[in-house]
Design a protein around this ligand. Structure first.
Ligand SMILES: [Zn+2]
Length: 168
């Protein structure tokens, strides 16, 4: 990690997904982005933003108090500071539909991957979480089967997993 590539604990896999290499100037810090945000921004404006400015909260200053979000989600029962960190200081997770972001003990979980990612397919606890989420919908899921419809989350400082089924 370096200054141009800050770590996002609630979306640690954002690089290469919603952040892409670019030398375009960032509208907030005016420097070349290095890592430019390529995901959705739910706002009245459409600025060019770098990873640094997402992490340090500069986007809020650029948008001058506007209520904006990088995520198209519902979130309940999260501590307010963590909710702001997720919505306004964490690159968005692309999804088919708005979904409810998992929260345990007032802490949002970290998004760790999709059901078709190798890292998820080989993670036993992630597979169990996907199976449980499908079972809530009364659907069968055979562990180890790639699915683009599962979003998998894990506690930042714990071992509990949750999966969300996001159908297109
Ligand atoms: Zn910037």
């Amino acid at each position: 990690m370096n200054d141009d590539q800050p770590h996002f604990r609630l979306n640690p896999g954002a690089y290469g997904r919603s952040l892409e290499p670019s030398t375009d100037p960032c509208d907030a810090c005016r420097r070349p982005c290095v890592w430019k945000y390529a995901g959705s921004l739910y706002s009245t404006k459409d600025p060019t933003i770098c990873a640094r400015c997402i992490a340090d909260g500069s986007v809020a200053k650029l948008l001058k108090g506007e209520r904006f979000s990088f995520h198209d989600i519902e979130i309940d029962d999260a501590a307010p500071a963590l909710e702001i960190e997720l919505l306004q200081r964490t690159p968005g997770v692309s999804c088919f539909n708005p979904f409810e972001w998992p929260v345990l003990d007032t802490k949002p979980l970290a998004f760790i991957g999709y059901g078709e990612d190798e890292v998820i397919l080989t993670d036993r606890a992630a597979q169990d979480a996907i199976k449980a989420a499908f079972e809530e919908l009364e659907w069968e899921y055979e562990p180890g089967t790639p699915t683009p419809y599962a979003l998998v989350f894990r506690e930042i400082d714990g071992d509990r997993y949750r999966a969300v089924i996001d159908l297109d």
